[in-house]
Each structure stands twice: as structure tokens, then as C-alpha cells.
Design a binder for this molecule. Structure first.
Ligand code: ATP
Length: 251
């Protein structure tokens, strides 16, 4: 397996506060990897470090075999590092099409804009139907699709999705994750950042759990799903099973 992204002993935060304290992880070519963590664990900060929006105080950020620690954010987009940010961040007064086109201003993406737009519309037919509608009038699920579509317009080699299921009804979560699966089939490497471990682990080959600024657990999706840490912290199953067997004992 060829490593596409490697973070090694990354230490990063804001002002004097340390959020990531020795974080190491790897994403290989063509893999879907999830980064799980509770509120405030530092998942978004990790995506910012990869994008170049937060500069680490220590550690290494290697992309496609090259140290990109000093490469500015706009050049990283040109390398194929694209983000669908938490909270979608679509431009509400611009149309769906205009929002999508904004994702394709890098040198890497510009020339293929029309072709990529067609590909995005085939992954998200809803966006084609709403092409001329203002983004602010779209539902939460549609805006999430738009945010992912806009990131795809950058022709990513690494697509990072920050909390794609946040605030969506279950049916829309399934729609969004079906699109994630389609994107993965195109061979694009994907990092999914989620609190929703249930859906993220179904969509991923491997995963990491972030706690206290470091990786607390890692493994294949089935290994993580079976781990006590993930069950207790994210799936709630161990406690639920324990409680249900206790109540059965009492009957
Ligand atoms: P969530 O799931 O709630 O988004 P997260 O795992 O993505 O959480 P981060 O957003 O990376 O966590 O935040 C990690 C810590 O850094 C939190 O304590 C947060 O308050 C703090 N933080 C995030 N952004 C900033 C900022 N711009 N300035 C100062 N502190 C910040």
C-alpha cells in the first residue's frame, strides 16, 4: 500500500492551547479512513493541519511522499487536498452551480471544470435538478451534498469530509454516504471525520480514534467496531447490552 498522507507526531493548537499532542496517522492511496472523536477532540483541527490552515508547532505532514509543512493552503488545493468543511459553509446567495464552480479555481481543476461538473452531477443528481437555485434555499442534506460536490470540483486526490452526517435525518445520512461510496469507487482517498461512528465505520476501510490530542485506537473498521473503546464511547452498545442482560437477570 502506498501512503498518500502521513501525519507524524503532530503538535498543534490555537494560541497557547495544545489540541493535537503527538498525533500520527496515515491514509493510503484509494483508502477510506475515518477519524472518530468526541466533541472538541481535535478532529476539525486535524483537517486544518492537513489543509494548511493551522500550522503545527512540531511534527511532519507528508503528502504523496513530500513534506508539505511549509506549503501554503492554496497550493495544497493544487496538490489535490480538498475539504468539505464542518457546517457545509456554502455561499447562500449564490446558486448551486456558482458554488460548485468556486471549487474548481485551482490550476489542477480549472481546465477540466465542465467534465468534473458532469461527474459531480452524476454523483448528486439532486444538484443538477437544483442547479439554478440559491444554495441558501436548499435543505440541510442538499447543502451537505453541495459542500461535498464543491470539494469534488477541486479534483481531489484526498477528500476530507468534516462531519458529513451532522444534523441530517437518517434517510439523508444514507444518501450522503451513498455518494461517499460512489466517490470512493472513483479511487479517491477519503478521510471522514465523524462523531457518528456507526455510519463512518460502515463506509470506511480503516479508522482512528482521537482522544486527548493523540490516537487512542486504530484498526480496520470491523476491529474498531468490536473494540471496547469504540463501543463504549461511540456506539453505546457495551453498556446497553450490560444493562439489558442485567434487567433480564432480574426477571
Ligand atoms: P467537534 O466535533 O465539536 O467539531 P472537533 O473534534 O472537531 O470537535 P476541534 O474543532 O478541532 O474539535 O476543536 C478542538 C479544540 O480546539 C476545542 O477545544 C475547540 O474549542 C478549540 N478550537 C477550535 N477552533 C479554535 C480556534 N479557532 N481558536 C481557538 N480554539 C479553537
Amino acid at each position: 500500500m502506498t501512503a498518500l498522507l502521513t501525519l507524524k507526531d503532530v503538535r498543534a493548537g490555537y494560541g497557547g492551547s495544545v489540541v493535537l499532542d503527538g498525533l500520527s496517522l496515515q491514509i493510503n492511496e484509494g483508502e477510506v479512513v475515518c477519524l472518530l472523536g468526541s466533541n472538541g477532540a481535535g478532529k476539525t483541527t486535524t483537517t486544518r493541519v492537513v489543509c494548511g490552515l493551522v500550522q503545527p508547532a512540531a511534527g511532519k505532514v507528508i503528502f504523496d511522499g513530500r513534506d508539505i509543512l511549509r506549503v501554503p493552503a492554496h497550493e495544497r488545493v493544487n496538490e489535490g487536498i480538498c475539504l468539505s468543511p464542518e457546517g457545509r459553509q456554502v455561499f447562500p446567495d449564490m446558486t448551486v452551480r456558482e458554488n460548485l464552480v468556486l471549487g474548481s479555481y485551482s490550476k489542477r481543476a480549472r481546465a477540466d471544470r465542465s467534465k468534473t461538473l458532469e461527474e459531480v452531477f452524476s454523483v448528486f443528481p439532486r444538484l443538477r435538478e437544483r442547479e439554478s437555485q440559491k444554495a441558501g434555499l436548499m435543505s440541510g442534506g442538499e447543502q451537505q451534498m453541495l459542500a461535498i460536490g464543491r470539494a469534488l470540483m477541486g479534483k481531489p486526490r484526498l477528500l476530507m469530509l468534516d462531519e458529513p452526517s451532522l444534523g441530517l435525518a437518517p434517510k439523508l445520512v444514507m444518501d450522503v454516504y451513498e455518494a461517499v461510496a460512489q466517490t470512493a469507487r472513483l479511487g479517491i482517498s477519503i478521510l471522514i471525520v465523524e462523531q457518528n461512528a456507526e455510519v463512518a465505520l460502515v463506509a470506511s476501510n480503516r479508522g482512528y480514534v482521537l482522544a486527548n490530542g493523540q490516537i487512542a485506537a486504530s484498526g480496520s473498521a470491523p476491529e474498531l467496531r468490536g473494540s471496547k473503546l469504540v463501543q463504549e464511547a461511540f456506539l453505546g452498545t457495551t453498556r446497553a447490552k450490560r444493562n439489558s442482560s442485567r434487567s433480564q437477570d432480574r426477571t
